[in-house]
Ligand binder design. Structure first.
Ligand code: DC
Length: 220
């Protein structure tokens, strides 16, 4: 079984995925980590994330065996990497290279301990529309930019990182615009996705609604 979770940044995709992993013992791929890793390589090399040739090289240098450990690396979680990720994500050739990693994972899901799983959970921007259009369960999460900026601020503060709300809000809006308006695989809900605006929902509310929907579909 494949569960596709798409949506805007900081809408609760990762939290929903973690809850589903706990419940179903599926393998999980945070596909944003792949784009962040490419963005980080370019930052480290002092290159512009818009540099197509360099971005393609960086994407090609990722090893399919390492994709699960990438998502555990805290150094890719900075705003700088998120913003670079969103820029490299607009390059079709980069998306094509990373698409192969994602499809391979979805078809042969492997858990972090290396054992095969009965299903895959992927979160990102185009999982339900492009990467896994045949996923049995598709969820699209969003929330107002203000609520998402507030969530991100809280996350950063909890990590002891100093941040300013207005700056985060500006970055959230910039990233939304870039992810939504790019030509290749733009952020948009699949026609058959469960669409949830989580602005006034808790993570538990979202989890309960998704489980109810999956029961209704006879998936669990
Ligand atoms: O989910 P995230 O914030 O870690 O993603 C970082 C960026 O990567 C996001 O702004 C857009 C891009 N991305 C994408 O284009 N397609 C995906 N499937 C996942 C992420």
């Amino acid at each position: 079984m494949i569960i596709a979770i798409d949506g805007t940044s900081a809408a609760g995709k990762g939290t929903l995925a973690a809850n589903l992993v706990k419940k179903l013992d599926f393998a999980y791929l945070d596909t944003g980590a792949l784009f962040r890793a490419v963005g980080q390589i370019l930052i480290k090399e002092n290159q512009k994330p818009e540099d197509k040739e360099k971005a393609i090289k960086a994407a090609e240098s990722l090893s399919p065996e390492n994709i699960l450990s990438l998502q555990k690396d805290p150094s890719i979680r900075t705003e700088e990497c998120g913003s670079a990720a969103s820029k490299v994500a607009a390059i079709p050739e980069v998306r094509q290279i990373l698409l192969k990693f994602q499809r391979r994972f979805a078809l042969q899901p492997v858990k972090e301990d290396g054992t095969p799983a009965a299903g895959a959970i992927l979160d990102g921007r185009d999982i339900g529309t492009v990467v896994c259009p045949d996923a049995q369960m598709k969820v699209f999460l969003t929330a107002s930019a203000e609520v998402r900026a507030q969530r991100r601020l809280k996350e950063l503060q909890e990590k002891g990182i100093c941040a300013i709300y207005d700056e985060i809000l500006k970055k959230v809006k910039e990233r939304d615009a870039r992810d939504t308006n790019r030509e290749t695989a733009p952020l948009k809900p699949a026609a058959d996705a469960l669409f949830l605006d989580t602005s006034s929902m808790t993570a538990d509310d979202v989890f309960a609604i998704v489980l109810r929907e999956m029961k209704g579909k006879g998936l669990i």
